[in-house]
Ligand binder design. Structure first.
Ligand SMILES: *Cc1c(COP(=O)(O)O)cnc(C)c1O
Length: 356
């Protein structure tokens, strides 16, 4: 049994992978899903179902459009400022590596005001929300910091549209869509294969700004502009069906709280390992941890791999260890990880895993 703790592309539900395998050679019309026209009736049904499921799961109001794009969350770092610019002043919270990248890209399209930064704490804490904010087109926040393992649980009262990168916590916890002007997420953390990006945007924010066609949100509303990543859309629709069958976002959040609490408790009690983030800012989905020694962290990673627990390395920019506990990670996987950590504490730190 292999448990995959990858931060992304992440683990997907096994029943969905089996279903995809069974249907791969012949989807309904006797051809593979990857051979079908994205304009066919069968494929249009998949996209309609996907949108309907997402709207039900996240309680997306009708005055929001759902767009299925490509280019990852990274392309949204540019599409957001391109499409939302009125005054060309944008506010950003600098809470981690991904927000830093979003800030860098936004600077191509206007003035970026960094209204809070926790760079000085190496992003182990979250910057506070600004007290008041005005005269900007939007306020951007990375709601769950995938690399650093922090997450916001409270939102400010503000008249400025809130824009959030929810790549690593979408469908993992409740997100109150109507508090936001725009939400975006790469699908590969919690929703499906890479190649699909979701944008949920309040319709009144969609303004024609004479952009090249693909880059304009207005071109993607209520129809497919060009050939999407058809396979990713198809798998995402099946994953969302699974989420609905399992009890929806509420059930996912309950499980994610249970899994992450178990893991944080084990870290807090461990004589060897500790969590990098403390207190109420701890992420439900991405948990960085360390022994405090790079060599021992690496030795544990190899020890864990030998026990079927893979992708426990921290992001290349920060090092250490990280366990991502997305929706499809079962509780058993977390229990197994804790067991293996205990084994390593007792006997695993021997030379065969070190100094390789
Ligand atoms: C993974 C991730 C990204 C980058 O996503 P791509 O789809 O690879 O562009 C951006 N932001 C957050 C919060 C992420 O977790």
């Amino acid at each position: 049994m292999i448990y995959n703790f990858s931060a992304g592309p992440g683990v997907l539900p096994e029943p969905v992978l089996r279903e995809v395998q069974a249907e791969f050679l012949s989807y309904k019309q006797g051809v593979s899903i990857v051979e079908m026209s994205h304009r066919s009736d069968a494929f249009a049904t998949i996209v309609e179902q996907l949108e309907a499921r997402l709207r039900r799961l996240m309680q997306i109001p009708d005055d929001y459009a759902v767009l299925f794009l490509q280019g990852g969350a990274t392309l949204q770092f540019s599409m957001v400022p391109m499409n939302l610019r009125e005054t060309r002043r944008f506010a950003y919270l600098d809470s981690g590596v991904w927000s830093k990248k979003a800030i860098a890209d936004a600077k191509h399209f206007g003035d970026v005001v960094v209204v809070g930064s926790s760079a000085a704490t190496k992003y182990r804490e979250l910057p506070a929300w600004p007290q008041t904010i005005s005269d900007v087109d939007y306020l951007h926040v990375t709601l769950n910091n995938t690399i650093e393992g922090t997450r916001y649980t409270e939102l400010p009262d503000t008249d400025v549209p809130l824009v959030a990168d929810v790549s690593s916590n979408i469908l993992a916890e409740a997100i109150d869509v109507k508090r936001y002007g725009l939400l975006y997420a790469g699908a590969q953390k919690n929703i499906g294969p890479a190649g699909l990006t979701l944008v949920i945007i309040r319709r009144e924010l969609i303004v024609d700004r004479q952009l090249p066609s693909y880059l304009a949100y207005s071109q993607h509303v209520d129809s497919l502009l060009n050939t999407p990543s058809t396979f990713s859309l198809y798998v995402a629709e099946r994953v969302l069906a699974w989420v609905e069958d399992e009890g929806g976002v509420e059930a996912m959040e309950r499980r994610n709280v249970e899994k992450s609490s178990l893991f944080y408790d084990a870290l807090d009690a461990s004589p060897l390992f500790h969590a990098v983030v403390s207190g109420t800012e701890r992420s439900l989905t991405n948990i960085p941890f360390t022994t405090g020694d790079a060599g021992t962290d690496e030795a544990f990673q190899r020890f864990a791999e030998a026990h079927g627990l893979i992708e426990l390395g921290g992001h290349r920019s920060v090092g250490g260890l990280r366990a991502s506990l997305y929706n499809a990670m079962p509780l058993e996987g977390v229990k197994r990880l804790i067991e293996v950590m205990h084994e390593f504490e007792q006997e695993g730190q021997d030379v065969s895993y070190k100094n390789v």
